[in-house]
Design a protein around this ligand. Sequence first.
Ligand code: 2RA
Length: 339
Amino acid sequence: DGPSIAVVGVTGAVGQEFLSVLSDRDFPYRSIKMLASQRSAGRRINFEDRDYVVEELTADSFDGVDIALFSAGGSISKKFGPAAVDRGTVVVDNSSAFRMDEKVPLVIPEVNPEAMQHIKAGTGKGALIANPNCSTIICLMAATPLHRRAKVLRMVVSTYQAASGAGAAAMEELELQTREVLEGKPPTCKIFNRQYAFNLFSHNASVLSNGYNEEEMKMVKETRKIWNDKDVKVTATCIRVPVMRAHAESVNLQFENPLDEDTARDILKNAPGVVVIDDRESNHFPTPLEVSNKDDVAVGRIRQDLSQDGNQGLDIFVCGDQIRKGAALNAIQIAEMLL
Ligand code: 2RA
């Protein structure tokens, strides 16, 4: 007699991963609705040995739904999220639509579960909970345990972001371009209107008047909200790289209190959802391929920042699956907390 759930955007990369994670974690749903745009309505999906027909998303889709997992873009979340809440549904939204709304908890279950402790599913009272941006989730899964110990004053992040962050079509185009370039053909550039294969470029998010792009400002603003710390200094440079589905991030941390690298390594080894890959002897550190399709975020290159005095700074390198922990897994861990 678990919750009735709905998956909004079920045909997209994250929507499909929602189904994989629901199944992998034996999520105890009573019933499940597959919802998508009119374009995808009617498609058949076999899930856990049952056949489903994708239904067109309407406000009435949420009648009787306890939990709705959204990953269909900000405009769909804005249009249907509140309507679902009005029908008593708890919405876990993977878009950026409500992340900075002060009434909406922005949650990484291993980091700030207390932000949503007042919300439960099936009570007839709906609510909105926002899933953070994937690059924020991956960074903070490693940075937060250190922050809790020594209080981060400043964080500098450089990201190396996978194609999956731009959707399944971008992953397909990366593969197509790679083939075309190897065959000496001009690359097909529909998604990013530039060559991606054997190249990298500043993240495709729009650039704001302050010179940062939206992806970088998400890292800045979401970190402050999740850590409930308006003073922490954060700066980020987000880059799109020719990797399929896992983000990599270089993170420099300046602490209020000293934190040596051995202590940091121990903290990370005991951190939930984190695995340490930090083998200097064999030069083995986290890679996108090693974390792809995995739940845990991997961290390595843990070292004292020699540009800072007295163990006040650390450099680390983090990799995490963008579709899984960066989106679908985090959202379903939130849903599990609603039960
Ligand atoms: C990206 N974070 O990787 C964005 C999308 N979720 O492009």
